[in-house]
Design a protein. Structure first.
Length: 279
């Protein structure tokens, strides 16, 4: 219609998470609910990342491995926070699974937003971390590694893992044990720092992806026949923006087979918390 030239189209949402334009309201609702959960204290942004050899197992065993990942992260945070040598308190946290990187490669990691303290075990007072120091990163990393690998080993022994394609050999116990030994010898990456602009900044970042797939329309550069070009940030080079081109089939596979980013909230602090902080 002549009078509508230049007017952008806005499609009604079908609520299918595979469409970048959909699930916007659900994402905003999630963000508002999580912001309402924030306490009037400092926060830490903590990220737990699986190494590449374990990521390959996770890709073929998403339900089993991601359940293990959440459990290992939760146990790591709670166990170290409960230790009197570190904090000696019960903590809560918000945890969100990201299963891919900006380049659409499998890159499982969990973002946690953790308040800067917790309740004493008798729930009578608030115990705070130091303002700029959460927990020793190396201690976090090694406990997380041990807990995760122990639970992965148990899942393997119970026959809960399957292997095919490039990692089919891991069905052999000898090869699987060799992979676990190699994973124990490397340092697992854990990041733990106060967010520069507060927890709201981290929640806003996570909220953009909790109900959507790995890539937004704004990152698409071109579609040329059977090839798709898109922008991505390489965080290993300081977040430098790069361009990648994939065959259309591989692009669709990477976009659709990256599982839904899953949000998990663990609350162990009771309703008396605001009063405890005030005291």
């Amino acid at each position: 219609m002549p009078g509508l030239r230049g007017v952008p189209r806005r499609y009604n949402s079908c609520r299918n998470r595979h469409y970048p334009k959909c699930q916007g309201q659900a994402s905003r609702d999630w963000l508002a609910a999580r912001q309402a959960d924030l306490l009037p204290v400092g926060y830490f942004h903590v990220v737990f990342t699986l190494p590449q050899q374990i990521a390959a197992i996770a890709f073929q065993n998403k339900t089993a491995v991601y359940n293990i990942l959440f459990k290992a992260v939760a146990e790591t945070l709670r166990k170290l926070a409960a230790d009197p040598r570190h904090l000696g308190a019960e903590i809560d946290f918000i945890a969100v699974l990201h299963s891919w990187g900006q380049n659409l490669h499998c890159h499982p990691h969990i973002h946690c937003i953790v308040p800067g303290g917790g309740l004493s075990f008798d729930q009578s007072r608030w115990i705070a971390f130091r303002p700029t120091f959460f927990l020793p990163v190396r201690v976090l990393s090694r406990l997380f590694r041990r807990l995760f690998l122990e639970q992965l080993r148990q899942a393997y022994d119970l026959g809960q893992l399957q292997f095919c394609g490039d990692i089919a050999a891991l069905a052999d116990p000898v090869a699987f044990n060799r992979t676990l030994r190699a994973a124990r010898r490397i340092e697992w990456v854990v990041y733990a720092k106060p967010p520069f602009a507060g927890p709201e900044q981290v929640l806003a970042y996570l909220g953009r992806y909790t109900h959507r797939i790995a890539i937004s329309n704004s990152r698409l550069v071109s579609i040329d026949g059977d090839r798709v070009t898109f922008r991505w940030k390489d965080y290993r080079t300081g977040g430098r923006q790069k361009v990648m081109t994939l065959d259309a089939y591989e692009f669709i596979r990477a976009s659709c087979f990256t599982p839904f980013r899953t949000a998990f909230t663990a609350f162990v602090i009771t309703a008396c918390l605001p009063m405890s902080i005030g005291n």
